[in-house]
Ligand binder design. Structure first.
Ligand code: APR
Ligand code: ZN
Length: 370
């Protein structure tokens, strides 16, 4: 039986503005059906920033991070599909695996998930700070040297996928791939618009390239992001603001087939259906702050026969989709490396959130020693 270990972890207590601290926490060994993972890479994702800014409430103290890849280093009783030494990507939606939604391939729609409340399926956590329970964000707490998750939330992948790339598959790249492939079901040659060219939007652009979409039009308010979007394969990059709807219509012969909102702002969510042609699909990937309302033109939507699709975790089935995404990366068809603009140590995590606030770079990934 493995012993509890002390782990350097990113802790948010909400008592120092939006700052996190790196602190030693106690991590209990994995119980039955759980695995402990030595995190090798963890992405700094926009959802954590929502929490630090107080836009989403979570139990505190919180162990931040939810986008991780690493190596299994201990397994609890009864674990069947994973062994010490396996390389895994962590899924942050810890669905029950038994309900009607889970059984019909929609784990993202599971109503029994406890991971949204920072709890493992048994309603507890393995983390403590000086005897007091700590709460891993989305039941992952990825920005830490090690974590404990249920066996089914750690998906084994090909060891040829580097850890930094693998970590992104667990959230931003996985979500984007799922939004394009599972939610929008983009066909080769369809025209697409991506509003917001941050970490998630750039991942959507990469997934659209994989799907063979054309043209791929990026919209952002930051010139630097537009430059990066062009370099990453967007065929057109437009500065958001006046006339952007008309310019998209001109580039696509009357509106795109699909449009993605990858920011999480009610104004851009309201505008999104205007980018698509009659019969087109508008996909909400970005997540707004709690309570935000989106005002839509009902006639335009109904008469235009348009579909709005909410994308939760890209409708991913992690066991099916993570290995597929890894395969698309290994084939060379899905570009992920260029999304990583900063590789840093755990002590750089506040700086990574600050870069995100300033709109600098695409993705920061925290790397951990072996
Ligand atoms: N119009 C167009 N682009 C905008 C606008 C706007 N009005 N406002 C902001 N942007 C751009 C920013 O310039 C930035 O490039 O949106 C992008 C947002 O990117 P990030 O801050 O890097 O956020 P990201 O990590 O991509 O997450 C986006 O997805 O998963 C969710 O919770 C996450 O809600 C967040 C969203
Ligand atoms: Zn995320």
């Amino acid at each position: 039986m493995p012993e509890p270990i002390t782990v350097q972890a990113t802790v948010f207590r909400g008592d120092n503005g939006n700052r996190v601290a790196i602190e030693p926490l106690q991590l209990a060994p994995p119980l039955a059906g759980e695995v402990r993972i030595r995190v090798r890479a963890a992405g700094v994702c926009g959802s954590d920033r929502h929490v630090l800014e107080g836009e989403w409430q979570v139990p505190l103290p919180a162990v931040m991070g939810h986008e991780a890849a690493g190596v299994v280093d201990a397994v609890g009783a009864g674990v069947q599909d994973l062994a010490v030494g396996d390389h895994v990507i962590v899924a942050w939606n810890q669905a029950c695996q038994r309900c009607a939604e889970c059984m019909s391939g929609k784990p993202w729609a599971c109503m029994r998930v406890k991971s949204n409340d920072s709890l493992l399926p048994d309603g507890t956590t393995r983390w403590s700070a000086e005897g007091e329970r700590a709460y891993p964000y989305l039941a992952v707490g990825a920005l830490s040297e090690a974590i404990v998750v249920p066996e089914f939330a750690a998906i084994k992948i090909d060891q040829r996928v580097p850890f930094d790339v693998a970590s992104l598959i667990g959230c931003s790249v996985g979500t984007a791939f799922g939004a394009v492939v599972n939610n929008a079901r983009v066909l080769a040659g369809e025209s697409a618009v991506v509003v917001g060219a941050g970490g998630v939007g750039m991942s959507v652009i990469a997934a659209l390239q994989l799907a063979g979409a054309h043209p791929i039009i990026a919209v952002d308010v930051n010139e630097e992001k537009l430059e990066q979007a062009r370099a990453a394969g967007a065929t057109d990059a437009l500065l958001g603001g006046d006339n952007v709807v008309e310019r998209v219509a001109a580039l696509t012969g009357g509106g795109a087939d699909v449009a993605f909102e990858a920011i999480g702002r009610s104004q851009t969510m309201a505008q999104l259906p205007l980018f698509v042609r009659p019969g087109g699909r508008a996909i909400y990937v970005g997540l707004p702050r709690e309570g935000d309302l989106v005002q839509l033109d009902g006639l335009e939507l109904a008469y235009g026969g348009k579909t709005i699709i909410g994308s939760n975790y890209g409708a991913l089935v992690p066991q099916r989709d993570f290995p597929r995404i890894a395969g698309a990366y290994l084939s060379g068809a899905l570009k992920i490396d260029s999304l990583i603009t900063h590789r840093i140590g755990l002590d750089g995590v506040n700086g990574a959130f600050d870069r995100m606030r300033r709109g600098e770079g695409t993705r920061s990934v925290i790397l951990f020693d072996e």
